[in-house]
Design a protein around this ligand. Sequence first.
Ligand code: ATP
Length: 236
Amino acid sequence: MSLLQIDAIDVFYGPAQALWGVSFSVEKGQVAALIGANGAGKTTTLKALCGLIPLATGRVTYDGQVISGMPVHRIMDLGISLIPEGRQLFPKMTVEENLTIGSYLERTKPARRANLERVYHLFPRLAERRLQTAETMSGGEQQMLAIGRALMQEPRVLILDEPSLGLAPTLVREIFGIVKELHGRGLTILLVEQNVHQALQVADVAFVLENGRVIMSGAGSELIRNPRVKEAYLGF
Ligand code: ATP
């Protein structure tokens, strides 16, 4: 049984249909990547599976339980954490305050201190800057903070929307290094990325979205060699 299963979901924004029968599944411990051009429906898919926008049809199953139709906080409480595009940190609050806000779920409160230490161990730079406000951090550090805040929720599935957007190449590599590290620790990861080359390199499995439909899927290592993917997304 897949940890996360998306079955034939349709999503509309008013009269406009954004997703058409999107189906895919992610196994426990996998890194999965959703790739596609601007407007293909990647963010919409992530929002739909986290309960942030309603499905018109179809369903989402997590660990054998249907979660579509549940409120967002329940879905998060079950262990799915989304790091939205643009990070959505609290800019005037310190690093530590932003992290602490991540552990608002009742089930994670008792382990707040231990989880903070775990995040600081994973991101020593956040530990050094724990009293600095989020707005004074670099883009890469802010992305680390957003990931750290999500980890405070003790997720089983971490969903990242464009984690490398706007970052310099060295920081992009660093963020993908973190993804690999979290994968190595057994976390299941679903990733949306414009940086298709990097995404396919880390992905056990990837799904290509075009105009709101999944048009191709396969192992990252397979898709990276696929002529159509190469031409459309890798620029050669
Ligand atoms: P990007 O990389 O540009 O974020 P994406 O693949 O994540 O692209 P979505 O943001 O999911 O694409 O958008 C899918 C489609 O839904 C697009 O046609 C977009 O214009 C439309 N759309 C997205 N958000 C809304 C909204 N709030 N209201 C109306 N239409 C929307």
